[in-house]
Ligand binder design. Structure first.
Ligand SMILES: [Zn+2]
Length: 283
């Protein structure tokens, strides 16, 4: 990366952080709140037999499986679009972190500490996070892991990855960026692409894992935009796309409507399912 381009990108990232700041996003993770509204037993009963996906804004999701696994993905729970007043999940089995940027690592360390969840991500990133040995599941593309009734495959993403432990400190190399395929027994096969451009090996992901629902970035600037996401949906052969990584900041300008328009142009039958932050949706 040339110095001039680097300055532009760093400036953009700082601009993004500044935008979050302006909207009152705390720079340190908010203390986890006690889950007084939804007793765990009632929530588990409601989810029985279904897979529930809750979008927390940006690239953050919480997935609950029929077999009782709770999986958090890229848990930046304090992002500007996060549901107001929502309580963090009480019990989490696995946290998947696609890459080291702040808008994806988010509150991983605090959530891991609170729930004792295992953290899956690139070998380098997991090392940098400094988790207790039993919780750090550093791995790489090609790795497959079982979490209760979910089988998680780590796959490639076309992006960059660095981690800044201290906001005033230097960024450190954090390994390759990743995406995740989550095969759920008696449920959907989800693909969370992480931050990525569209790439031809999405066809290989389709061939190997047959995802049914893809969680894809559409914001543009740092990732795919709606036009590229429609190409990705075609390569992945998915029935449903859940858009993410848009609207968090002005730079992430893609919209679900624009994605719908792009898919129509290709006569694709793929549905766009735009989730509302904080609302659990059965898939
Ligand atoms: Zn991002």
């Amino acid at each position: 990366m040339g110095n001039k381009l680097k300055a532009v990108v760093v400036g953009a990232v700082l601009g993004v952080a500044g935008a979050a700041f302006a909207q009152g996003t705390p720079t340190t993770p908010a203390a986890p709140k006690a889950d007084v509204k939804a007793p765990a037993k009632a929530a588990a009963g409601k989810a029985a037999g279904k897979t529930e996906v809750t979008w927390w804004g940006h690239a953050a999701f919480v997935v609950k499986t029929p077999g009782g696994a709770t999986i958090a993905i890229d848990p930046w729970f304090t992002n500007p679009k996060a549901p107001q007043g929502a309580t963090w999940p009480e019990a989490v089995d696995a946290i998947l972190v696609s890459h080291g940027h702040f808008d994806h690592v988010g509150e991983t360390k605090a959530l891991a500490q609170k729930t004792s969840a295992k953290v899956y991500g690139s070998f380098e990133l997991v090392n940098l996070l400094g988790l207790p040995e039993a919780q750090g599941m550093g791995a790489n593309a090609g790795g497959t892991f079982t979490v209760k009734d979910a089988t998680i495959h780590l796959v490639e993403a076309v992006h960059s990855s660095s981690y800044q432990a201290d906001p005033k400190g230097a960024s450190q190399y954090a390994g390759a960026p990743l995406g995740f395929v989550i095969e759920i027994a008696n449920g959907p096969t989800l693909y969370h692409s992480g931050d990525t451009a569209a790439f031809s090996s999405m066809a290989l992901i389709a061939e190997q894992f047959k995802p049914t629902v893809a969680l894809l970035p559409i914001g543009g600037h740092f990732t795919m935009d709606p036009a590229q996401a429609s190409v990705a949906a075609k390569l992945l052969k998915v029935k449903t796309v859940v858009p993410m990584h848009y609207g968090t900041f002005p730079a992430l300008a893609g919209t679900p409507d624009a994605l719908t328009t792009e898919l129509k142009k290709t006569r694709a039958t793929t549905k766009v399912l735009a989730l509302e932050p904080g609302k659990a949706t059965a898939l």
